[in-house]
Write a protein that binds this ligand. Structure first.
Ligand code: ADP
Ligand code: MG
Length: 281
């Protein structure tokens, strides 16, 4: 079971679009996939057609111990389920402030999925912050996938993100790796997009071999800017249901194939590093 944190502390770079459409593509290829919506905005839940009003069973109930991950999980398509979220999740930060081991709640609540081989992929759509929710995702993850929108400041934010991964890797989850960067909202043919990709490649190849991003792949499949990808969420459909022949569907199908091909060698467990959890904060 590969457990993927889709992470970038910047908003609007394509995290949710990538989480949902990559998950949908993998499910259509026959893999068993579960999305975990870690963002209190609930965009991924909405994107797959759920509208979790107050009182709905969500990931918040898992964090607060009222439901198990399987009670809160919903099947939304063949091979595809989601642990949804809504605004309730925003309270977790405060409610868990003094809970020891709060970083590991998500990891522990889905541990049996790995043991029972319940899913091939668990894809966690992270909020645009480095909050306790994102740290939970990183502690449950075997790998990080970074959607990147190529613009002038893209790489600046990335170094902070890499540092966070390194910190979590050192203190909380020894197995954590950055597996790939997916270029999103890509304007092919522009100088800037090519420059950012080249700068990133240079950064990665000149990094030490013992960093969690040493083997990070820049996916060849770029996700081009495509209006259908922006329209699909309001219909509660993945791009494959909403507009299966559009360039956005092709790009995510290609990305999924590339992503799936990485499976060899990346199936390790999130490590059980026993650390005073509070050290990480
Ligand atoms: P994040 O989760 O990082 O905040 P989103 O995935 O929600 O980012 O994307 C931000 C906005 O851009 C959304 O309105 C989404 O529909 C739109 N969007 C994302 N990727 C594309 C794309 N390749 N082409 C066009 N619009 C996109
Ligand atoms: Mg989002």
């Amino acid at each position: 079971m590969r457990t993927i944190a889709v992470m970038n502390q910047k908003g609007g770079v394509g995290k949710t679009t990538t989480s949902v459409n990559l998950a949908a593509a993998l499910a259509r290829m026959g893999s068993k996939v579960c999305i975990i919506d870690m963002d209190p905005q609930g965009h991924a839940s909405f994107h797959v057609g759920l509208d979790c009003g107050p009182g709905a069973d969500t990931i918040y109930d898992v964090f607060s111990g009222r439901s198990t991950a399987d009670e809160a999980r919903q099947l939304v398509a063949e091979n595809l389920s989601i642990l949804p979220s809504n605004i309730d999740l925003a309270a977790v930060e405060v409610e868990l402030a003094s809970t020891p081991g709060r970083e590991f709640i998500l990891r522990d609540s889905i541990k049996h999925w790995k043991e029972q081989a319940r899913f091939d992929y668990v894809i966690m759509d992270c909020p645009p912050s480095l909050s306790v929710l994102t740290i939970n995702a990183l502690c449950a993850a075997t790998e990080v996938l970074i959607p990147l929108q190529p613009h002038f400041f893209a790489l600046q934010g990335l170094s902070k993100l890499f540092e966070t991964t390194a910190l979590v890797n050192r203190r909380l989850n020894r197995g954590l790796k950055v597996s790939g960067v997916a270029m999103c909202l890509y304007e092919s043919g522009t100088r800037l997009a090519a420059d950012v990709t080249e700068d990133l490649r240079h950064f990665l190849t000149s990094s030490d071999a013992d960093t969690p991003w040493a083997n990070t792949k820049i996916f060849r499949s770029k996700i081009r800017r495509n209006i259908k990808l922006a329209e699909a969420p309001s219909f509660g459909q993945s791009i494959f249901d909403y507009a299966p022949t559009c360039p956005g569907a092709k790009d995510y199908a290609d990305l999924a194939k590339e992503f799936h091909a990485l499976s060899a060698g990346l199936t390790g467990d999130p490590s059980d590093t026993k650390v005073e959890a509070s050290q990480a904060a």
